[in-house]
Ligand binder design. Sequence first.
Ligand code: FMN
Length: 235
Amino acid sequence: MKKRIGSILLLVCMIISIFGSGSIPVSAAAKIRLNKTAVTLRVGEKQRLSLKNIPKNGKVVWTSTSKSKATVSKKGVITAKKPGKATIKAKLTYKSGGKKRTRNFSCRVTIRKKAQSSGKTLVVYFGTPVQKRSGQVDGISSASRTAEGSIYKGNTEYIAELISRETKADLFEIVPKQAYSNIYETVRDRAEQEQEEDARPAIKNEIKNISQYDTIYVGYPIWLAYHNLIQCTQA
Ligand SMILES: Cc1cc2nc3c(=O)[nH]c(=O)nc-3n(C[C@H](O)[C@H](O)[C@H](O)COP(=O)(O)O)c2cc1C
């Protein structure tokens, strides 16, 4: 009996010490942290830094160790100015338990020179094969084909050529190693199988020196957008 009273007393003491002291918070405060501790920017680029989980009464002062290389705004937006390195510092002050507290954070910034702009544009496209001459057109698969006089073109091909003309861009047609049929049902069956296999069909040709382009447009037709939906419904 004595033992039992003893353990009940011990339990009561434990409960009081946990709930009575108020020293154990209901949920531990999330850790204060900077969203980035290192970034690489090109001259002219910007990057926003922010301190996460700061107390409501917290104030942040942002500074840069090298303003000639990278500046930082009052809101923590870095602007890369000159190639080199700089450190962005965030000084957080807040009150906790009636005391003023300070925490320091920093982010290393590497600034690279501006990328050389070639101003070159490339239009890459893929389209379903088309019988080029009128009179040879499959009535089902070619309902959406574009005609220019007596010449028939794929829709993507037509738009790709238009963009390329307007933007003075190079044109590149993706040619699969194994050509697709120009008969709708045949393309559909192959496309269905390829979707199921998550296939990556081999390509015959290759873009030369892709890094020379600043802008690349990619055009392709939508095939079997509903296919996955049907599979989901069936499952
Ligand atoms: C096998 C196949 C499946 C297609 N599936 C869809 C589709 O799910 N949704 C859609 O809007 N168009 C679909 N289309 C129509 C094409 O996206 C459309 O006609 C496109 O403009 C064709 O471009 P192209 O002439 O460059 O091949 C499909 C066409 C083919 C051949």
